[in-house]
Design a protein around this ligand. Structure first.
Ligand SMILES: [Zn+2]
Length: 181
């Protein structure tokens, strides 16, 4: 794969895509059904794993380790809740997360280190640490003013979910900060 091939694949997409849908989304704007905060990992392409390949379905925020570190993520969440009014907010963790692995290995160098320093996890085992991190990020989200307001009005539900790279399945682990399994 090189850049020319990447562009060629985009042209294939542009030829195939539903032109009426493109027009409608440009004219009417987006109304996604869910906001998903996911890891940047290429093995977790959110639209693909939820089988939501039609444009305009998911508002996706991706950052290594699905870490809600600063206003780049929080601002995007706020926009999704206050302007797009997405009824579901999902933190999507995944097995074998490289960011969490790096955290457990004590890597704190450079910009990635700054990102990882926002995490505080007790578990030393990767699979448990991934879930602990998901719970931590859900907690941070639940403390955001716009999320509290939307929850108070019954406008949103906040889910902690976990994707298994080996099976392709997503499971719900918590709803509004309460464990469901
Ligand atoms: Zn990851």
């Amino acid at each position: 794969m090189n850049i020319a091939q990447l562009l060629e694949d985009n042209r294939i997409f542009a030829r195939k895509v539903d032109k009426r849908l493109l027009e409608r989304l440009v004219e009417e704007g987006q109304k996604p059904v869910a906001t998903v905060i996911s890891c940047s990992d290429s093995r977790v392409p959110v639209e693909v794993i939820f089988n939501q390949l039609e444009l305009g379905k998911l508002f996706v925020i991706r950052v290594a380790g699905n870490v809600v570190a600063d206003s780049s993520v929080k601002g995007s969440i706020e926009y999704a809740i206050e302007h797009l009014k997405t009824p579901y907010l999902i933190v999507l963790a995944h097995t074998e997360c490289g960011a969490i692995k790096a955290y457990l290995e004590g890597i704190r160098k450079g910009e990635a280190g700054k990102l990882l320093s926002c995490i505080k996890i007790k578990s030393r085992e990767l699979s448990k640490a991934v879930i602990e991190n998901m719970e931590l990020q859900v907690k941070i989200i639940l403390e955001m003013g716009c999320v509290k307001r939307a929850l108070g009005k019954g406008e949103i539900e906040v889910y902690g979910m976990h994707y298994d790279l080996g099976t392709g399945k997503v499971n719900i682990l918590s709803k509004n900060g309460v464990r469901t399994v």
